[in-house]
Each structure stands twice: as C-alpha cells, then as structure tokens.
Design a protein. Structure first.
Length: 407
C-alpha cells in the first residue's frame, strides 16, 4: 500500500512539473515589442481560385456562378494560412485572404479563426487589424460577433461598410455616360500633371460637356445577364448604401431567394445600420480606432450618378462614416473651422469619429497611406487629428506614395 502511494505521489509530481512546460509550449507570451498586424483587403485577384489544384478559374466566371440562395456553385476556398516560419518581430504584417463570394458573417468567422491561430503561434494576446474596402465590412462583422477583446488597434481604410454609390447604381441598372463625368475622371488621373490639366480645360469648352446619355441598351443587356447573378452575392449587398438597399431589396422576391434574403437582411440590420455603435463601442473598450477616407477622385463614369467625391470606387462620405462633402468641382459654405478641409471640400464634424478620421486627397481605392497606418499602430495611446503635426486630419498623397499635410 505504501509503495502504491509512493508511485502515485511521484506521478503527480511529474505531472505538476510538466504543466508549465506544456502551457508555455501552447501559448508562450512574446515580449518582442512588435504588434502582429492583420490586413483584410477587398476583392482580390485571382477573385476565385480552386485551392488544392493547379486550376485557376477566370475571375468573371467564378464571380457570377452563384445560386439563388447566395451560395457559390464552385467550391469556396479555405482563404487563409499562416506561415509558421514568418518572424513577426521582423515581418509583423499578415494578410487574411477571404473568398469574396462568402457571406460576410462566414468571412468574419474565418477571420476569427485566423486571429486565434495567429495569437497562439506568436504568443501575443492582441493584434492590430486593418480593413480596406470590403475588408472593413468583414472587420465590423467580426466585432459584432466576437467583440474587441483581441484588438489593440483597428483601422477602417477606404471602407465600404456603409456602402458605395457605384455599386448601388450598378445593381439597380442605372448606367449612363456624361461628358462632365469623363472630364472629372481625366482631371483626377494626374492632379500633378500640367498637361492633363490644360487638356481637360480645353475639352471643357467643347460639345463634350453636353454629352449626357442614359445607356438603356447596357441596362437591358446586363439586366438580363450579369446583374441577376451579381444580385445573388451576399457581399455585393453588403456594399449597397442604405437608400439603394431599400430600393433594391424587392428584387429578391420569390421563395427561391428566401435564404439569401435572410443573409442580406442580417448584415444590413446587425452591422451596416449599427456601424456607429460598433466603432464607438470598440473605442470605449480601449481599442485604438482610426478611419481613413480618400477624396479628390471622380467615380468611374458608367452610371448616372457621378457628381460625388470618391477614390474612383467608393464615396468619401460613406468611407468616413458621414462627413459632409461638396460635389465634384464645388466647395462647402464656411463652417466649423476645426474640421473643415483647407480646400473647403470636406467638413468632418458630422463623422462618427471626427477626431479619429483622416482624409487623404488624391488617394485611390487600392492604396493605403502606410506611414499614417504605422504611426497609429505603433502608438501607445488613442491617436487624434491633433496628436502629430505630420499627420493632421487632411493629407495629400503623391505619386510615390508619400503623404504631406494638405495646405
């Protein structure tokens, strides 16, 4: 009996001694001082790929093969993997690749798995999370479902979390072509080019300015082919601004769309219309929060509504969480000097977070002001537009990707 008790005691001591080793092997805290960064971008290329095979399917084909319930007729990709050999103290940025055909809640669930795996592998309890374009919608959905507990910082950059007019116009089939819209795009292509500026000024004196055509033929053609398939994508519906959403929702009529309509309504009701509460809630919980919006570009001139400031694709108003923005070629009346842009185009006072929203003039939809992003991530406290004279609320970006305060 005494021998058995001795054996049990020795085994217990061995188990107790092994516990700290096991715990540290499972998730050893890291003291490198470098915050792992997760970037969630928008629609990527290839837009669809058949993971696990050598076959890549053309982007358009993968994009449109959706059934009436919002499910891809081709297998969805696994989206992400983390290279265990990546040294986050040297290369802190990790890209979360998502299959853009997935419902936003399913994409957010996969992002959750990515973040949890990354935290285990790196030994960090928190990460910095940046979302660009549709990635911002996935981040807000992640916040809705999983909360801000893993986040030290989150940044919404050129986000479509409140929609994009261009997508609303396309889904409703409102195609058009106008001379002023074409010239606005030409103006925005090269703001530093004297040649483009003089060419545009010359063209404004020609009959091109009177061109204003509703492309009914394109509306009919696409309305019977591509648009019905686009309307089956939950992620497309996540990019419809509120007014367009209400107009377009009746297009999903009939029992065959019942499941898709549930997905569409779920994102609209729980994320898009609750964006302000989700953003403010994360900030209140101690997460560093920042919003980037771009302006000075004109929208792609294929729809009837083209007078708004944007980054070629997404509206400045929606990206910024509600800024008051003058139409292309106009300025705002005198207003709140603290939040008004030096060029008189934007008043940020109406944003969800006016003191944590930065505007980058001449930036396009696919470019992130890296210097501003890194300053925010590496800071120890919640930044504001008054924290650093190098990064005031209004910046200008140049062709080499550098930024400077807008004068």
């Amino acid at each position: 009996m005494k021998f058995k008790r001795t054996i049990v005691l020795l085994l217990s001591l061995c188990l107790l001694a092994a516990l700290p080793v096991c715990a540290s092997a499972a998730e050893r805290p890291c003291s490198c001082g470098e915050m792992p960064q997760v970037v969630v971008k928008g629609f990527l290329k290839p837009l669809y790929y058949n993971e696990g095979t050598d076959c890549e399917i053309p982007a358009l084909l993968g994009h449109v093969l959706m059934d009436a319930q919002g499910r891809s007729m081709l297998p969805a990709t696994r989206n992400w993997s983390i290279d265990p050999a990546q040294d986050h103290s040297v290369e802190p940025e990790y890209e979360f690749l998502h299959d853009y055909r997935l419902d936003t809640f399913e994409a957010a669930a996969r992002l959750h798995g990515f973040i949890e795996t990354l935290c285990r592998q790196t030994g960090h309890g928190k990460i910095a999370l940046s979302g660009r374009s549709h990635g911002a919608s996935i981040i807000l959905t992640y916040l809705k479902v999983y909360g801000p507990g893993r986040l030290d910082t989150f940044i919404l950059a050129n986000g479509t979390y409140q929609g994009a007019t261009l997508m609303g116009e396309i889904i409703l089939g409102r195609f058009g072509l106008s001379g002023p819209a074409l010239l606005n795009v030409l103006d925005a292509l090269g703001p530093e080019s004297d040649f483009l500026a003089s060419t545009t000024n010359l063209l404004r004196k020609t009959p091109l300015m009177r061109l204003d055509t509703r492309l009914r033929g394109m509306s009919l053609l696409l309305g019977n082919t591509l648009l019905p398939m686009l309307r089956r994508m939950p992620s497309v519906w996540a990019m419809l601004p509120e007014p367009y959403f209400q107009q377009a929702r009746p297009l999903l009529k009939g029992p065959e769309y019942a499941d898709l309509l549930k997905l569409v309504d779920k994102y609209h009701d729980e994320v898009q219309t609750q964006a302000a509460d989700l953003i403010l809630g994360a900030k209140k919980a101690g997460v560093k929060v920042a919003v980037f919006a771009s302006y000075g570009k004109a929208p792609i001139p294929i729809t009837q509504n083209t007078a708004y400031q944007c980054d070629f694709l997404a509206d400045t108003t929606y990206e910024s969480g509600g800024a008051t923005v003058a139409p292309m070629g106009q300025t705002l009346p005198a207003g709140n000097a603290k939040y008004r842009s030096p060029d008189g185009i934007i008043d940020a006072a109406t944003c969800i977070l006016p003191d944590q929203t930065w505007f980058i003039k001449y930036n396009d939809h696919f470019t992130l002001p890296y210097d501003l992003q890194q300053w925010i991530i590496r800071g120890k406290t919640q930044p504001s537009i008054a924290s650093n004279p190098e990064f005031p609320q209004y910046l200008r970006i140049f062709s080499d990707g550098t930024t400077a305060p807008l004068r």
